[in-house]
Design a protein around this ligand. Structure first.
Ligand code: ADP
Ligand code: ASP
Ligand code: MG
Length: 243
């Protein structure tokens, strides 16, 4: 099977968590599966980078902001690939553009227009775990773009679609999708399964657990997305319509 597994910032915040994600990918690869890991920037890196950028230029160009912010995901991808290597399994990290992710030119909120999966396919065929920097792509000018806050989810779902992955898993810091933010409402109820439209409605009402475009893409491609805890790996919430 081909797995696409995405990790959010909190789920990669330190070395132990990076190793936990790496171990999960290596475990699958050793069972004979192909694995693409999509990563966000570690912890609150993106917020810190935005603060720093504002310190030097309150109205910096969107092009430069994208070039700067994309580095957060690139660093995380390199670290995860190195952690996998340390476990004795071959891995390669790829930036969004190395992974063939083409977007429009809307800096800061770009849309994925195409993915040329050649390089990823080649690396998978060579037995490697492929670690892709989320949240980024390359526009028709050849410039780096970013997909909007939370956009690594969209990278993962788009890759799952173009690669025809068997599983698309979004690992995060809660164990699934709830009817309300479980951090604010301890009595929130977790869904075992939630249809695309209901998920989009939750997001519209402020649930940032998934990037809205990731759910739109999942619906378009008919991909069932699993949202689950990076810490336990226990089954989480399936986002998708029942057949
Ligand atoms: P990641 O860094 O993994 O992408 P996010 O912070 O983007 O994680 O999304 C996970 C967070 O979404 C959780 O920590 C939770 O507080 C919040 N959240 C808001 N609404 C919901 C909801 N309805 N169900 C689950 N989580 C929610
Ligand atoms: N690092 C980016 C953000 O903080 C993208 C993501 O986490 O999905 O918005
Ligand atoms: Mg997120």
């Amino acid at each position: 099977m081909l797995f696409v597994q995405k990790y959010g910032g909190t789920s990669l915040a330190d070395g132990d968590r990076i190793r936990k994600a790496a171990r999960r990918a290596v475990g699958l690869a050793r069972q004979g599966h192909q694995v693409v890991v999509v990563v966000s920037a570690q912890g609150d890196t993106t917020d810190l980078l935005i603060e720093k950028a504002i310190q030097v230029n309150r109205r910096g160009s969107a092009r430069e902001m994208d070039a700067y912010l994309a580095a957060g995901e690139q660093m995380a991808a390199g670290l995860v690939a190195m952690a996998i290597g340390a476990m004795g399994h071959p891995a390669v990290s790829l930036t969004g553009w190395q992974a063939g992710i083409a977007t429009d030119g809307a800096h800061g909120n770009a849309r994925i227009t195409n993915i040329d999966t050649g390089r990823i396919r080649q690396e998978l065929a060579g037995g490697k775990i492929v670690v892709v920097a989320g949240f980024q792509g390359r526009d028709p000018e050849g410039d780096i773009t970013t997909l909007g806050r939370g956009g690594s989810d969209t990278t993962a779902v788009a890759l799952a679609g173009y690669l025809r992955a068997d599983k698309c898993q979004i690992f995060t810091d809660v164990d699934g999708v709830y009817d309300r933010d479980p951090r604010l409402y301890p009595d929130a109820i977790r869904f075992g399964r939630i249809p695309y439209d209901a998920m989009l409605e939750l997001i519209e009402n402020g649930a940032q657990v998934l990037h809205d475009r990731s759910v739109e893409l999942a619906r378009e491609y008919g991909i069932v997305v699993e949202v689950l805890s990076a810490f336990t790996g226990e089954p989480g919430t399936l986002v998708g319509d029942l057949e």
